[in-house]
Each structure stands twice: as C-alpha cells, then as structure tokens.
Design a protein. Structure first.
Length: 163
C-alpha cells in the first residue's frame, strides 16, 4: 500500500464518518508541536493538520517533519467520549491512527518507508467558538520496513482553527 492508496482510504473513511445526513460537521486547520520518544531519543516535531469534526467524531490528517530526516503522514479517527467534564468547553477522546513514515538511512543514500498504526488518548479545550487546544498521547507501532524503529510514543499539543 502506498501513500496515494492510504490517502484515498482515509478520505473515504472521513467522508463516511463526517458526511452522515443531518450531522453538522466542522472543518479545521491547525498546527501541532510533538515530542516523541524514539529508541530512547527525544525528537521534536512540528506538524500541519487538517480535519473535520462532528459532535461525536473527529478525523485529522497530520503531516509531520521530524528531526533526523523523518517524515510522516498520519490519519487519526477519534471518538469523543465525554462532551463535558465540569464545563462544556472540555472534551475527552480516544482514537486510532494509521499512517506512513519515511526516514533517512544512516548511509544517507536511501530512505526506509513504512507504515505506522496505533492508538491515541487526549483532551480538547475550546478557547472560543473557532479555536481549540488539543493535548494528546499517542503510541505508534511501525511495520518491518522501518528497520531502526519498532514503536514510539509521543505527547502532542495542537491548536485548531474551525472555519
């Protein structure tokens, strides 16, 4: 499966979840700051995000450019569990993630390209009607095509603008 097929599958899944008849959907753009533990090394990332959200679901596409020649495109589907925790502005969610990752090999002449999959848990806080903050933890496992990384976990802080 290549990036084009993964993107197509993701778009179809997004359409199924967010385009149900009679369901309001809210598209957003955002940025994220991610700190990942990969093989005992702390690697920081800046990501660009696009997604759509309903009252109960959220789908997010995140393109990340990591240090040391690592790049990833991750699609995340989240189920919003609690619509309010003491306030209507705070929501908890769990989700699944799938994506593609590439990284420069140590010989610098080629790249490892493979797939990642895993789970996410997080909280979002609505600062206003058009802006939310998102704090999450994500665990991802890699396939056998990425030799030097078996799995990694990360903490992400994101900000989204709804339009």
């Amino acid at each position: 499966m290549n990036i084009k097929k993964l993107t197509l599958i993701s778009i179809i899944l997004t359409g199924i979840v967010t385009n149900s008849l009679g369901v309001d959907k809210y598209p957003f753009l955002g940025i994220s700051i991610n700190s990942a533990d990969i093989n005992g090394n702390r690697i920081n990332t800046i990501g660009l995000r696009y997604g759509q959200q309903t009252q109960d679901w959220r789908t997010t596409f995140t393109l990340e450019n990591r240090e040391h020649g690592r790049q990833s495109l991750i699609v995340q589907m989240d189920k919003i569990l609690l619509h309010s925790i003491g306030t209507s502005k705070l929501r908890a969610y769990v989700g699944l993630a799938i994506g593609a990752m590439s990284q420069q090999r140590s010989d610098k002449d080629s790249k490892d390209i493979g797939y990642v999959y895993g789970a996410t848990i997080g909280m979002m806080y609505y600062v206003s009607d058009t802006i939310d903050l998102d704090l999450s933890y994500r665990y991802l496992k890699t396939d056998d095509n990425i030799d030097s990384v078996d799995n990694f976990n990360s903490v992400t802080l994101g900000i989204h603008y709804f339009f």
